[in-house]
Design a protein around this ligand. Structure first.
Ligand SMILES: NC(=O)c1ccc[n+]([C@@H]2O[C@H](COP(=O)([O-])OP(=O)(O)OC[C@H]3O[C@@H](n4cnc5c(N)ncnc54)[C@H](O)[C@@H]3O)[C@@H](O)[C@H]2O)c1
Length: 488
């Protein structure tokens, strides 16, 4: 904050500081440079034209300054610049800009401040204004009788975008929330956002740690449900950036649950845990009642912690909460950090792929679950969620608390996954077989979905070969590759 004010007040004096300020604004509005053209055009309206700013204020060629035409004027200016009136003038301009900034911030955020965390602050300057409120209301308008009204966090993510589209298609009202972080290519998130916008779903750019933003949202809309899918996903990235897992999966979850508790009426919460909570469990297939106290990765530990927080909020505040343990979700619009996605990219480029093997060269296996099956499980969870029992901060009775596995019940080894991709891509992969490093990955996953079948009517129907065919088709359309290496 003080840095920002510092830039504002310095900005009236000299050229480098001003250009820094433009840069600062570009960062603050959070615009990626890697957006596809069609999207860049769309966002260019709010992008600060840095070069134009510089041109307007500072001629690009010395000839344009024309100091020689007015040496007298130049001398007066120089003298004046060093005088106390100049300092006073500079101070007044700085003060005026500071006051204007404070005024605008208060206006836009309805007096809510939140600069306690590096992820919020001026980046939120636009939320809360009348246009924003109208967009939120329109997006949340349910088009069918008794339609749900849902806050979907992580809506620009893989699962979040699919769930949002499914809810919108059946006439529910919803608004998305996503911080568009750059864990993987944000342009993919922007493209999903554009897809959602086309269907009338507004995705707010914001962080689940921003309590003021959540408060505003809950004041504006009576959400019947929260579908919480925002998280720092991925197992290996935790070795690089453990703080991001704590930020999103622990602090963010608690901030969101606090907002739900304070809402009146409280929404029912459905959220994504993970099959990774089974960690070192060897009892197969994994059942909800199996041990989950031996996480093998920091990601798993944060998801397990999330389950404990969820239980606490259910117990103390009467929040209705359903946790879903997803098993390796894949499909169109998927996540570039996942093996099936990066294998596809590398096979098409003719680059070798690394296939990890467990102890004694045992192949790793995953219970790959197609996105449409996961979406059905999410929607069924929302539909069967009972109302929360708390209101005004008081619990009025026992509230529903559920945990379900959502998997495919048919694990496939990684070499088999690669063989299916080779068939669909009509290309041979160059494989490097490597002993699995100790990075948090587990050797296999296998879901028992008996509980979800019984309570949710969950019935996964897509086998890996069928699902990957759809993924490859999407990939080739999206990235414009025909499947032949020559076109890459
Ligand atoms: N895809 C899988 O195989 C899988 C498996 C198990 C569990 N899950 C869980 O399912 C959920 C969805 O996963 P996904 O595959 O769609 O991942 P994703 O990364 O594509 O989606 C998560 C989204 O949340 C957003 N986000 C992250 N931190 C945020 C924050 N602090 N505030 C606001 N937005 C934030 C990200 O920008 C991203 O768009 C996650 O909770 C994930 O842990 C996924």
């Amino acid at each position: 904050m003080s840095q920002f004010f510092g830039l504002v007040s310095l900005g009236v004096y000299s050229k480098p500081e001003l250009s820094e300020m433009c840069l600062c604004h570009q960062i603050v509005v959070g615009l990626g440079t890697s957006m596809p053209d069609k999207l860049t055009a769309r966002y260019s309206l709010i992008k600060m034209p840095q070069s134009n700013m510089n041109q307007d204020n500072f001629p690009s060629t010395p000839g344009k300054v024309k100091m020689e035409r007015s040496n007298y004027f130049g001398r007066v200016v120089n003298r004046w610049h060093g005088s106390s009136s100049a300092r006073l003038f500079g101070f007044s301009v700085g003060l005026f800009m500071l006051t204007a900034f404070v005024f605008l911030m208060r206006l836009n955020t309805s007096g809510e401040w939140n600069f306690g965390d590096g992820f919020v602050g001026p980046v939120q300057a636009k939320w809360g204004d009348l246009v924003w409120q109208r967009r939120v209301r329109q997006s949340c308008h349910a088009k069918r009788d008794d339609g749900l009204v849902v806050l979907v966090t992580g809506a620009a993510g893989f699962v979040g975008s699919h769930v949002s589209l499914a809810l919108k298609a059946r006439g529910d009202g919803l608004v998305g929330l996503d911080n568009f972080n750059n864990y993987y290519d944000p342009s993919l998130k922007r493209a999903r956002q554009a897809l959602l916008e086309k269907q009338g779903v507004f995705v707010i750019e914001g962080d689940i740690n921003d309590a003021a933003l959540l408060k505003k949202l809950f004041e504006l809309i009576t959400f019947t449900h929260v579908m919480h899918l925002a998280a720092q996903a991925g197992v290996r990235y935790a070795l690089e950036n453990p703080g991001s897992y704590v930020h999103s999966n622990i602090a963010g979850l608690v901030t969101l649950l606090e907002a739900c508790v304070k809402a009146d009426p409280q929404p029912a919460v459905v959220w994504a845990s993970s099959s990774s909570v089974y960690g070192l469990n060897t009892h197969v297939p994994f059942s909800e009642s199996d041990r989950t106290d031996q996480p093998a990765s920091l990601y798993a530990a944060t998801k397990k912690a999330g389950e404990e927080f969820a239980h606490t909020y259910n117990h103390i505040h009467g929040l209705s909460i359903t946790g879903l343990r997803f098993f390796t979700v894949y499909g169109p619009w998927g996540r570039p950090d996942m093996a099936y996605f990066s294998f596809t990219r590398d096979i098409l480029r003719g680059k070798p792929i690394t296939i990890y093997q467990g102890a004694n060269r045992v192949d790793l296996a995953r219970d790959f679950t197609y996105i449409d099956d996961i979406v059905k499980g999410c929607v069924a969870s929302l539909d069967t969620a009972e109302k929360s029992t708390g209101s005004g901060g008081k619990k009025r009775g026992k509230a529903q608390f559920r945990i379900f596995n959502l998997g495919n019940t048919a694990p496939v080894t990684v070499p088999n996954l690669v063989a299916i991709l080779e068939k669909h891509l009509k290309l041979k992969a160059k494989k490097d077989l490597v002993k699995m490093p100790r990075n948090g990955d587990v050797p296999f996953t296998h879901a028992n979905v008996t509980l979800a079948r019984r309570e949710l009517g969950y019935d996964p129907t897509t086998d890996l070969a069928t699902g990957l065919k759809k993924f490859v088709k999407w990939y080739q359309n999206y990235y414009g590759v025909s499947g032949s290496r020559r076109t890459m």
